[in-house]
Design a protein around this ligand. Structure first.
Ligand code: AFP
Length: 360
């Protein structure tokens, strides 16, 4: 058997650590942000192990005791894995020295690092926001779930950040990503220079770069929405989806397919991989809250990833990343994915709003 020459040998896999070091050498991130992302990735590996054990790990089902469900700040029942994932992320990030504060979908308020432990840890310059386990109502039926995170800078001169310091528009994010716990565990990351995917090599316990520069096709024939909410939608959404459903005979001139996992990470991962539009629009059930999905933990990080992959993200009326947040747990309508399709959805909203103005 002949030994392959150096030219023939397949290139060595690029680990997340090596990728981030190369980004640091290229001047795109500093050492602190690199280490922060590595800590988040390490926490995601622990969550992946817990999720992967399923029923054998004793972690399925609702949190809470004596039959009483535990309810989070969003008014939703917490799963045991929601609580565990939150604890894993908090614990992993407390001691690194890269963070000034943390905020989680599962906690009422943000936490400054110094408050987390009686023995003080060094404080860094970044703010980390995360949804520790998005799509967790899918856990008990063994469908993909994920962790979503977003990194902001702590404002200059602030040593003890409070909720108000996290209220920065998505354009200020310095990094964002998600980890999807599916057939394989994948970390998808942006630091503002493209969106890259890493797959967890379970044998060596390391994330390996498997797709550099993910690119969302501009056009699509696939949409993702919870159709059971149709009758509660606003008029422009009714009109937009109505035209998608008319297919080739309708004004859009093509047949559309529909997919809905009800786990945002899984739906967005499909769109980053093969295109599509994901939407959770305003409906009369969630209108009072502003929408269903959370701006800071879901919409903004996903919008950053999608834009960096050549796609678009909007509330239907405004570019998502330009929204000025007003609350840590603020909710928003979401349209994201293939650029031309997001623009089409936005057009239906604009035309409807203009007609309303003309009539008024
Ligand atoms: P859970 O974390 O409570 O399962 O919610 C998941 C989610 O926030 C998002 O990941 C899904 O896209 C969306 O909600 C699904 O909502 P519906 O259950 O209304 O379809």
């Amino acid at each position: 058997m002949s030994t392959p020459s150096p030219q023939q040998a397949s290139p060595s896999p690029i680990s997340l650590t090596r990728h981030l070091l190369e980004e640091q050498r290229a001047g795109r991130i500093n050492a602190d942000l690199r280490l922060l992302i590595e800590v988040v990735a390490r926490a995601c590996k622990s969550i992946s192990i817990a999720v992967g054990k399923g029923a054998l790990g004793g972690v399925l089902g609702d949190a809470g005791s004596d039959g009483a469900a535990s309810i989070n700040v969003q008014g939703e029942a917490q799963k045991k894995l929601d609580v565990l994932s939150n604890e894993i992320l908090l614990e992993a990030n407390a001691w690194g020295g890269h963070l000034a504060g943390l905020a989680s979908e599962e906690m009422d308020h943000s936490v400054p690092i110094a408050d987390m432990h009686s023995d003080a840890y060094p404080r860094g310059n970044y703010l980390l926001l995360f949804d520790p386990l998005d799509g967790s109502s899918n856990i008990d039926v063994n469908i993909s779930v994920g962790t979503i995170f977003s990194v902001l800078r702590c404002p200059e001169g602030v040593t003890t950040p409070g909720d108000a310091h996290f209220l920065q528009p998505g354009t200020d994010q310095v990094a964002a990503g998600y980890c999807t716990y599916g057939p394989s565990t994948m970390l998808v990351l942006t630091i503002g220079h493209g969106t890259h995917a890493f797959t967890l090599d379970r044998e060596i316990g390391s994330f390996v770069l498997t797709q550099r520069g993910m690119t969302i096709p501009e056009e699509t024939k696939e949409f993702a929405v919870n159709m059971s909410n149709q009758r509660f939608w606003e008029a422009p959404m009714q009109a937009y989806v109505g035209d998608l459903l008319k297919g080739r005979e309708g004004p859009r001139g093509k047949d559309f397919n529909m997919r809905w996992v009800a786990s945002m990470v899984a739906d967005v991962h499909r769109i980053l991989t093969r295109g599509g539009i994901f939407s959770y629009p305003l409906d009369s059930k969630c209108a009072a809250k502003g929408g269903k999905l959370r701006l800071m933990y879901e919409a903004n990080p996903m919008a950053f990833l999608v834009e960096q992959a050549g796609g678009a993200a909007s509330t239907g009326r405004q570019r998502m990343l330009e929204m000025q947040p007003t609350g840590l747990h603020q909710r928003v309508p979401v349209f994201l994915g293939s650029k031309a399709e997001v623009e089409a959805a936005v057009r239906y909203h604009r035309e409807h709003d203009l007609q309303g103005q003309d009539a008024g």
